[in-house]
Design a protein around this ligand. Structure first.
Ligand code: GLC
Ligand code: MG
Length: 576
């Protein structure tokens, strides 16, 4: 049957949606395409600036897609690129169905999408359903309407205490200070609205069916354009208590990860599954127990939620092993964990691991505190450990998320001048916390040039200043250096598919020194030494030595074919 007849005769009302435009060609098998894949997080504002305005853009990304394909990337996740006043760099969305003009246009986005697909790369966007921007049309309508109106009922408005002057309760914002803002609507005794993040990010009321319907429509809008999935921002938020508790001493218990949120994801999943080319959801979920976390990825809900374990754990073998075990226990049996060493919310891994390591659990009230410390850094040690942790990361079954610049071994920029810092965390805490600007500095593509190849020569300065030390991590230099972080990432990501195959679990190797974590997965054996001295490597019958992360060129330096594990390094062997 040729295409014409199949289209002419085959269309019935209950037919699955037709294949999305631009999806065929380069893409691999359509079922569970995220499994064991390498994903790359594009912080679009800082990735590549094509038009010289100092701000990364979609066209810049399109030009650089071949670089990502070369790195073995199969999925890109793009941080929010919708119109936004950028008070929280895109996590404050004014229009969910368009592209921020600073970043490009819808046509440009579709072109990038088609080219990514042709290179075998799937594209997932970031959706922010917990809150909008104060510039969103619905919020404007809400402010212009009466208290109690349907327009206000899309957000969470309520009267203050003490005659209206004091916030309704003592909930705090994740970014510091209180979570309520008093409206300036010119009315007598104005209401307050809830914002769990910045005041410019009003929370939606997910008990309102209009909100639910609107988000399904938004998902459809992008799915029909060929977008392959979404990373869900603050996926543990959304639904708030039906009755807002009032007054003093009201804690955040019952605010995050409420059971009602799963109904929403069940609806979303049904939509995702209705496409012939399966769509995918990964949640950013922070909850206080493994049981709660596991509920997000029960059958019929999200495919994955991030396993943040490795991103918050200090450099101790037993902790790494324990956190890997926990992540496997929580992940959906079929989909596997989604690993990450860093992202746009924490200090870069080189910096984190180059600081003093403290053998303690992350603070449950602020899991990210230890990943954003202002302590002295030994960058060389950090790079060495980051290489070792990359060796561990790429050996793990599941999806591996790499944050842009991690493959270059960029350090956190800790010395940005106060006046250039833009993160609301910095301003809301009065500078007590640096916040996240230091991991969002535009990345270096070449060792020379005024913006290190981030933008065209003669263009505007990058939106955050790049430190001179970034030149040493430029992509062009690292490409030419067989021992660079980039060469390591390429090597690991290319070996990974053939060694792991369809493996979905690790098998621990127990007979190792206490500073070593070792396992096999598929035909790969991986051992990471977290000690500052060398340790004996595990003896595995029939395994041939492949590489050591501390010295790719001369890994024979690790004793007779890998019988020794150098300090702070990971070795790989092939079985059979
Ligand atoms: C998530 C994002 C973060 C953002 C916040 C509010 O944690 O990763 O960057 O600021 O949500 O949307
Ligand atoms: Mg630009």
């Amino acid at each position: 049957m040729n295409d014409e007849t199949s289209q002419g005769l085959g269309s019935t009302a209950d037919q699955a949606p037709s294949p999305t435009p631009g999806t065929p060609l380069g893409l691999g098998p359509s079922s569970r395409w995220w499994r064991n894949a390498v994903a790359y997080q594009v912080y679009i504002r800082s990735f590549k600036d094509s038009d010289g305005d100092g701000i990364g853009d979609i066209e810049g990304l399109r030009h650089c897609l071949p670089e990502l394909a070369d790195l073995g990337v199969k999925i890109i996740w793009i941080n929010p690129c919708y119109p936004s006043p950028q008070r929280d760099h895109g996590y404050d969305i004014a229009d969910y169905r368009a592209i921020n003009p600073e970043y490009g246009s819808l046509e440009g986005f579709e072109l990038m999408l088609a080219e990514a697909h042709a290179l075998g790369i799937r594209v997932i966007m970031d959706i922010v359903p917990n809150h909008a921007s104060v510039e969103h049309a619905w919020f404007h309508e809400a402010i212009a309407s009466e208290p109690g109106s349907p327009e206000r009922a899309r957000f969470i408005f309520t009267e203050g205490e003490d005659g209206g002057e004091t916030p309704p309760n003592t909930w705090t914002s994740v970014f510091g200070r209180g979570a309520w803002h008093r409206v300036e609507d010119g009315r007598e005794n104005p209401q307050w609205y809830l914002h769990l993040f910045d005041w410019s990010q009003p929370d939606f009321n997910w008990r309102n069916p209009q909100v639910r319907e609107e988000f399904l429509e938004i998902l459809r809008f992008w799915f029909e354009r060929g977008v392959d999935g979404f990373r869900i921002d603050v996926a543990h938020g959304l639904v708030k208590p039906a009755r807002i508790p009032r007054g003093e001493g009201v804690g955040a218990e019952g605010l995050w990860g409420r059971p009602e949120v799963h109904e929403i994801y069940e609806e979303w999943r049904a939509l995702a599954d209705s496409y012939e080319e399966k769509k995918y959801f990964i949640g950013e979920v922070w909850v206080d127990s493994a049981e709660k976390l596991a509920r997000f990825t029960e059958p019929g809900r999200l495919h994955q939620s991030f396993a943040f374990e490795l991103l918050v754990q200090p450099w101790f073998a037993y902790r790494l092993r324990r956190s890997i075990e926990r992540a496997f226990a929580v992940a959906g049996a079929e989909e596997g964990p989604a690993w990450a060493l860093s992202n746009h919310d924490v200090h870069r891994v080189v910096t984190r691991l180059g600081q003093e390591q403290v053998d303690r659990d992350p603070d449950p009230r602020d899991m990210l505190a230890d990943a954003r410390r202002r302590w002295p850094v030994d960058v060389e040690l950090g790079v060495r450990r980051a290489k070792a942790e990359a060796g561990l990361l790429f050996a793990l079954p599941g999806t591996v998320y790499v944050y842009q610049g991690e493959e270059l071994g960029l350090p956190e920029v800790l010395d940005l001048p106060d006046e250039v810092r833009q993160d609301p965390i910095f301003t809301r805490t009065g500078g007590a916390e640096f916040g996240r600007d230091g991991c969002r500095v535009p990345i270096p593509w070449s060792a020379s040039g005024s913006s290190m190849g981030f933008g065209p020569e003669g263009g505007a300065k990058p939106w955050l200043p790049q430190p001179d030390s970034f030149r040493g991590c430029a992509r062009d230099l690292e490409k030419a250096d067989p021992n660079s972080m980039l060469s390591l990432y390429k090597r690991l990501s290319r070996l990974r598919p053939e060694l792991l195959g369809g493996a979905s679990r690790v098998e621990w190797i127990d007979a190792v020194p206490k500073e070593v974590v070792a396992f096999r997965a598929g035909s790969l054996v991986c051992a990471t030494n977290t000690a500052d001295e060398e340790r004996e490597a595990p003896l595995i019958e029939g395994a041939s030595f492949l590489l050591n992360t501390a010295d790719l060129v001369d890994s024979s330096g690790c004793g007779a074919k890998g019988s020794v594990l150098p300090a702070n390094s990971t070795s790989w062997w092939r079985l059979g």
